[in-house]
Design a protein around this ligand. Structure first.
Ligand SMILES: CC(C)(COP(=O)(O)OP(=O)(O)OC[C@H]1O[C@@H](n2cnc3c(N)ncnc32)[C@H](O)[C@@H]1OP(=O)(O)O)[C@@H](O)C(=O)NCCC(=O)NCCS
Length: 166
């Protein structure tokens, strides 16, 4: 399926809210991703992304319509050479190979635009699609920490996948 990455726009708000307001997406992300995801939260999200340059988050689009988001978030202090990768695709578009192709594009964008040498992601153990997409994109499972996460009332292992610039 042909998609593009581009900067977010204020006009993406309705698609963002329509697709991001989904428990099946929230269940696979950190609790910083709001649920319910309403227009107020959507607007705050777009404003926050547009206030940072280069933008940390890009819209995944089909026919210029937002159907997901992918971002690299540089860390601070002694972690400053690292950035965390996060992404979601609208549920009607799952299983069409979109994120497997979007991750390498975002990795290139991250290494080109930020002073970082490592990009990592922490998919939950049940999130096989995300793990497969990361592995296909050259990420390596660097560590698995036992029951360090607490999501939806349950302890989860933290899987740390990463890719290095060199
Ligand atoms: C995880 C997510 C981004 C995957 O996006 P996607 O575009 O559907 O993924 P792809 O189509 O590129 O599939 C990736 C791989 O997973 C496989 N896959 C897809 N859905 C799967 C499922 N439910 N169970 C197992 N494997 C699955 C695909 O077959 C593909 O593997 P293959 O190339 O060997 O066939 C999407 O499901 C999503 O947005 N989930 C909610 C948010 C989330 O999980 N974000 C990531 C947090 S780390």
């Amino acid at each position: 399926m042909i998609f593009k990455l581009r900067s977010l726009r204020e006009s993406d708000l309705s698609n963002l809210v329509q697709y991001a307001n989904n428990k099946n997406i929230f269940n696979n992300l950190t609790d910083a991703f709001p649920h319910p995801f309403d227009a107020e939260k959507g607007k705050a999200f777009i404003d926050r992304i547009l206030s940072n340059k280069p933008h940390h988050v890009q819209a995944i689009t089909i026919d210029d319509q937002l159907i997901g988001c992918i971002g690299v978030h540089p860390k601070t202090d002694v972690h400053k050479k690292n950035a965390e990768l996060g992404y979601w695709v609208a549920e009607p578009y799952w299983g069409k190979g979109i994120i497997s192709k979007a991750i390498p594009l975002m990795v290139e964008y991250g290494f080109d635009n930020f002073d970082i040498s490592r990009i990592y992601a922490t998919p939950y153990p049940h999130n096989i699609a995300s793990q497969k997409a990361l592995e296909k994109s050259g990420f390596v499972l660097e560590a698995s920490l036992e029951k360090t996460l607490f999501k939806n009332g349950e302890y989860l292992d933290e899987l740390i996948y990463a890719i290095r610039k060199e």
